[in-house]
Design a binder for this molecule. Sequence first.
Ligand code: SF4
Length: 113
Amino acid sequence: MKELTCIVCPRGCRLTIDDELNVTGNSCPRGAQYAKDELTNPKRMITSFVRVKNRENTVVSVKTSTSIPKGMIFDVMNEIDKVRVSAPTKIGDIAIKNVLNTGADIIITKNIK
Ligand code: SF4
């Protein structure tokens, strides 16, 4: 039996999950899925910054298009650190496609002219 707080939405339901992966305390199905994933394959979204090569001292914010396995966060952050993008950028541009075969893209979240 394990207790955890659902982080999928701001309501923050207190979840309980047993060894057979039965979840209680969730107000919606997303919480049950979150609890099961947390026990079997925990995942997280990443937000970070990428350097802009044609603008001095400029970075642009990025995020993963979907959550990635928690154990890969360090490696994905290394990939984000290595990449450079060119301005102009617009929200939704892809800085890295399918980063490290996670199925997640690194998406730009800021417009730079
Ligand atoms: S269980 Fe559903 S309602 Fe509750 S915090 Fe998670 S996503 Fe939100």
